[in-house]
Design a protein around this ligand. Structure first.
Ligand SMILES: Cc1cc2nc3c(=O)[nH]c(=O)nc-3n(C[C@H](O)[C@H](O)[C@H](O)COP(=O)(O)OP(=O)(O)OC[C@H]3O[C@@H](n4cnc5c(N)ncnc54)[C@H](O)[C@@H]3O)c2cc1C
Ligand code: FES
Length: 276
């Protein structure tokens, strides 16, 4: 019999990492294997509190642990930030459609993540690194408001950059406002798209971040020649059922939970409400 995606899997909290003033990553050990593909999401439940949708930020290839990077905005996320080693939570899913990696094959892949939007992009990035021979090269553009707001600091400023010596990978890193120690770019994330030496008409790009960031990034990508069908946007909407019943997550005639959360700009371009 197939796995029941509506039944939560018990997971033990292994670690709760403070990434930035408002963002934590919780590392979980699932009682049984939880498989997902980059871009899919899961529903994470805290007993006695409630549940909320999140995109795993760990590698889809890591079968031992599961990570979620969570911004504190309300009741459930506040409790997630307070979880301690040994606490038990539930995870059900995965839901939604993943990034269609078969369409990325043989191409240059641009990733653009801003703020907590680096979380879903991290799962995609780790999946691409694992299968890097399938792509011409990977360019990872990252943005945050200040150096302190960056998540995954240890990885981004050390471990991942060391990979650039071994595989066709490069980073473009910026902050809206730098401090005296900052050695990368300054400006909103779209500055990382200036002077891109990519064959943009044949490249694909995945974008995730706050709506305003996704809007201006998409407009810039179109301006520099990316095709609407090659721009992948990871959308977030308030969700209740997560499986296409309650209609809470709809953008026009599309269900974010079922038809997304990953959409091409081609699918969304006639829906102005996507930027709200
Ligand atoms: C497919 C999907 C993937 C997501 N992945 C992540 C992730 O990886 N990391 C992460 O930190 N968050 C992610 N979110 C958003 C996350 O689900 C919400 O922040 C969470 O549900 C808030 O729960 P709460 O009880 O803490 O806040 P609530 O008390 O319910 O709400 C607090 C505030 O947040 C707003 N809000 C609640 N849910 C959403 C939402 N879905 N989108 C936008 N605003 C919302 C409310 O309107 C309110 O203003 C994702 C959402 C979706 C739909
Ligand atoms: S969350 Fe219920 S239909 Fe999408």
């Amino acid at each position: 019999m197939g796995k029941n995606i509506y039944k939560p899997i018990k997971c033990e909290v292994i670690e709760n990492i403070k990434e930035s003033p408002t963002i934590n990553t919780i590392v979980l050990k699932p009682e049984e294997e939880f498989s997902f593909l980059a871009g899919q999401f899961a529903s994470l439940s805290v007993p006695g509190v409630g549940e909320a949708p999140f995109t795993p930020s760990s590698s889809p290839f890591d079968k031992e642990k599961l990570e979620f990077t969570v911004m504190r905005v309300g009741r459930v996320t506040e409790k997630i930030h307070q979880l301690k080693k040994g606490d038990i939570v539930g995870v059900r899913g995965p839901y939604g459609k993943p990034y269609p990696l078969e369409k990325f094959k043989g191409k240059e892949v641009l990733l653009v993540g801003g703020g907590v939007g680096l979380a879903p992009i991290r799962a995609l990035f780790l999946a691409l690194v694992e299968t890097y021979k399938d792509y011409k090269r990977i360019v990872f553009c990252c943005g945050a408001r200040t150096p302190q707001d960056y998540i995954y600091k240890d990885k981004l400023f050390n471990e991942w950059q060391q990979l650039c010596e071994k595989i066709p990978l490069s980073f473009r890193i910026t902050v809206d406002k730098k401090d005296e120690n900052w050695k990368y770019m300054e400006g909103v994330v779209t500055v990382t798209l200036d002077n891109l030496d990519m064959d943009v008409k044949n490249s694909v790009c995945a974008v995730c971040g706050p709506p305003i960031m996704m809007k201006f990034t998409t407009l810039k990508l179109l301006e520099i020649g990316f095709l609407p069908e090659n721009i992948y946007l990871s959308m977030e909407r308030k969700m209740y059922c997560g499986v296409g019943h309650c209609r809470h997550c709809m953008i026009g005639d599309l269900f974010v939970c079922k038809d997304g959360p990953v959409f091409t700009y081609e699918e969304l371009k006639d829906k102005p409400e996507i930027w709200v």
